[in-house]
Design a protein around this ligand. Structure first.
Ligand code: SF4
Length: 338
């Protein structure tokens, strides 16, 4: 599979009234054609900021791309001017947001919103037969009943699940090569969530679009992703093929996330939660960012930043324990290094 997106050493700061916040601190990432990459982590770890950078939507002027490159189909997006972004955004790369009501315009009909995307990116005139036919076809693809009628209706006339289907139809309008789905099911109830995940899976199979799937929900990642990246405090701390990573979670943070899943405790027992908090982006981080929360911390962790190291299965994690044989060998590791 050829590579469609490559991010190299991406670092993003925000200039705030309280000082500089480092949201992303050196992310490397790649997505191949037709692949679903799951990016997982707690709120505030930099997932959404990374995706906004890929869309050229970092808030200006506070969001500053400090370093790195975003290469999409051999084009360096980080060197793009706004006019160039507009040609790519919504056309070759499109986005599905968490809350469709905030992404859809409440005063325009569904037909106008879907049709406008085709007019702007494909030059197919809004209101023309061709434009309407493609809108109807896209609504059918995402399972919207009576699509002709829906074109004349407004977002508030639909349920959350239906609005998310309409957003997906909009994202598909120009046959994008990459879709960024940022928590697309978080605002929906469980049964609707399952339907939207089924739909995305079906679209992945039929359209072969690459998807960057962002969520804090490991269950969703397990169902959707071919490969997983776990992000913590602006960096990737673990990465691997989904099956392999779920079978052998190796970074203490990933293990903590796995233990925090509701299905992991007996009825009546309290849910496990990782002690402590994600560090604020204002804190200067020396050593491992997870150290204050890590039960396995030992001498090098406070001062040396661990690097991602991969095994032959393409599974890697950034933890000093990897050199000591991993968590299973933790007693030995602590003895050696303390
Ligand atoms: Fe824990 Fe140290 Fe590994 Fe960080 S490097 S996760 S502190 S053991």
């Amino acid at each position: 599979m050829s590579e469609i997106l490559r991010i190299r050493d991406l670092a993003i700061d925000f200039n705030t009234s309280e000082g500089i916040v480092s949201a992303v601190r050196g992310v490397d990432l790649k997505i191949s054609e037709g692949e679903v990459l799951g990016l997982v982590g707690e709120s505030g770890c930099g997932k959404s900021v990374t995706s906004l950078a890929v869309m050229g939507l970092l808030p200006k002027p506070e969001g500053v791309l400090k370093s790195g490159q975003i290469i999409f189909e051999n084009k360096n997006l980080t060197a793009f001017r706004e006019e160039e972004w507009q040609k790519i955004r919504g056309n070759e790369i499109s986005m599905i947001f968490q809350e469709p009501m905030t992404a859809l315009n409440p005063v325009l009909t569904i037909g106008d919103q879907l049709g406008e995307v085709l007019q702007v990116h494909k030059g197919i005139r809004l209101g023309s037969k061709e434009n309407i036919d493609i809108c109807v076809e896209n609504l059918i693809k995402v399972g919207i009943p009576r699509p002709q009628q829906v074109l004349n209706e407004y977002p508030h006339q639909f349920s959350g699940g239906m609005r998310q289907r309409i957003m997906i139809a909009m994202a598909l309008s120009c046959d994008p090569k990459l879709i960024i789905a940022d928590e697309p099911t978080t605002a929906l109830d469980v049964t609707i969530q399952a339907q939207i995940l089924d739909l995305l899976r079906e679209l992945k199979e039929t359209m072969k679009t690459s998807i960057l799937f962002i969520t804090h929900d490991l269950g969703v990642i397990h169902e959707m992703a071919d490969r997983v990246m776990v992000m913590y405090a602006g960096k990737i701390v673990e990465e691997g093929p989904t099956k392999e990573l779920f079978a052998n979670p190796s970074h203490p943070y990933t293990q903590g996330l796995m233990h925090s899943r509701p299905g992991k405790v007996k009825k009546g027992d309290p849910l496990y939660c990782i002690p402590g908090m994600v560090p604020s982006g204002r804190q200067q981080i020396i050593g491992c960012a997870f150290e204050p929360r890590c039960q396995y911390s030992f001498r090098p962790c406070k001062t040396i930043c661990p690097l991602l190291e991969f095994n032959e299965k393409g599974h890697g994690y950034a933890c000093h324990l990897s050199k000591e044989g991993g968590i299973a060998n933790v007693g030995k590791a602590v003895n050696i290094s303390n």
